[in-house]
Design a protein around this ligand. Structure first.
Ligand code: GAL
Length: 393
């Protein structure tokens, strides 16, 4: 359009105006693109830089929020929410993005593993909310199983469902199977020795949390912020915020990982824990979570237990140093065991940016074990040699 000859113009002033509008829109587009995709020359990384822009193999900023990692075939697969620019990016406009890596620093774009549907009646319709997707591999059935938090189109956060998608290949494509509220009609499981007074009695719920539990008993418990965890014996568990986010449930999945068995425990009941991330170290189960302040950061909290069924002990905030009171501006999403390294676990958190969702950042920090306790400290940058060297530090 810019190459139009002025001689041929019927109304030069109108045409100049058109050119002006064109130039302005190109400028806008360029700036918009910058904000959205932030394309740069591909970088070769050899360290983590928590909170900084992190580019993939194409020089595009990694777009996998509320993510989790699957380790398979000596490859790490990072799955997360693909966000777009602006506030609309808080809803699922594209789907679940997948990246792969051999070294955890450099990530290859594997594309969209689970696509939203164009049919507004579909559970995973474009504009619904798909959060915190996590993938586990079922060795027995040779299937990749993705669980995620799903909110149906147009209902805000009311639906509080869990969604399931399956694939034969790690990076997908995943096929959406179903969404529902888990454990309908099932009462919680209690570790031996739990006093009756601590058990939910739906004839007289003792507090708000139990009231929500009993309200949801017939149709299944609410399932929002979530994670999945596979134990050494191959059993898998779904951990989710239930009861209007008042209580966390840890629920057993079936042998094929595609349904709930009905066995579950309520953890830290009534204390509003979100963003659960569970891992196991030296036979102890650990869980890191957050409080419930929406996109705004709050102090993290950690728990430990000798059995997945509890009792779970609350230990307060694992973060230390400046920024610890707001989890260094992040919220937990996953704890990643580093393959082949002893005592090496990475705390993964999201630094949300709800006004421009695509610009949410990733905060990865090493977990430091002090006996059976854990600690997380801020580091501007670090690499995996931290785990090898830490004993000599
Ligand atoms: C956070 C939660 C996020 C998202 C957000 C919505 O607390 O961890 O996954 O649901 O609230 O406000």
């Amino acid at each position: 359009m810019l190459f139009l000859s002025i001689k041929n113009m019927k109304h030069p002033s109108k045409s100049f105006c058109k050119i002006g509008v064109y130039l302005l829109s190109m400028l806008f587009l360029q700036q918009h693109l910058k904000a959205q995709d932030t394309i740069a020359k591909p970088v070769k990384y050899s360290a983590f830089h928590p909170g900084a822009l992190w580019y993939d193999n194409n020089g595009v900023v990694i777009n996998a929020h509320g993510g989790g990692i699957l380790y398979q075939h000596k490859t790490y697969y990072w799955f997360g929410e693909h966000k777009i620019a602006g506030g609309a990016g808080n809803r699922a406009m594209v789907g679940v993005h997948c990246y792969s890596s051999k070294d955890l620093y450099n990530w290859k774009d594997e594309g969209i593993a689970l696509k939203v549907s164009d049919d507004p009646k579909n559970d995973i319709a474009k504009g619904s909310i798909i959060e915190r997707p996590k993938v586990i591999y079922n060795k027995k059935f040779k299937k990749y199983v993705m669980w995620f938090h799903l909110e149906l189109l147009g209902l805000g956060y009311k639906a509080a469902r869990t969604g399931l998608a399956i694939s034969d290949k790690a990076a997908g494509p995943y096929k959406f199977i179903k969404s529902y509220r888990p454990n309908a009609g099932k009462m919680p499981f209690y570790p031996e020795g739990t006093p009756d007074a601590e058990k939910v009695n739906c004839d007289s719920p003792a507090n708000k949390s139990e009231t929500f539990f009993c309200r949801d008993l017939p149709g299944g418990q609410m399932a929002r912020d979530m994670n999945v965890f596979v134990d050494d014996d191959g059993k898998a568990y779904h951990i989710f915020s239930a009861e209007e986010n008042f209580t966390l449930d840890i629920a057993e999945l079936s042998d094929d990982y595609t349904s709930h068995t009905g066995k579950f425990v309520r953890v830290y009941a009534g204390h509003q824990t979100e963003a659960p991330a569970l891992f196991k170290h030296n036979g102890i189960y650990y869980m890191i979570g957050s409080g419930t302040t929406g996109w705004a950061p709050n102090p993290a909290r950690w728990f430990s237990a000798k059995s997945i069924w509890g009792p779970w002990t609350y230990h307060g905030n694992p973060c230390v140093g400046e920024g610890a009171q707001i989890t260094f501006s992040g919220q937990s999403t996953y704890v990643l065991p580093v393959a082949g390294k002893k005592d090496a676990f990475i705390f993964m958190a999201d630094k949300w940016n709800p006004k421009n969702a695509i610009d949410g950042r990733y905060i990865w920090l090493p977990i430091i074990f002090k006996g059976d306790d854990i600690e997380i400290k801020w580091m501007d940058s670090w690499d995996l040699s931290f785990f090898t060297d830490k004993n000599s530090k």
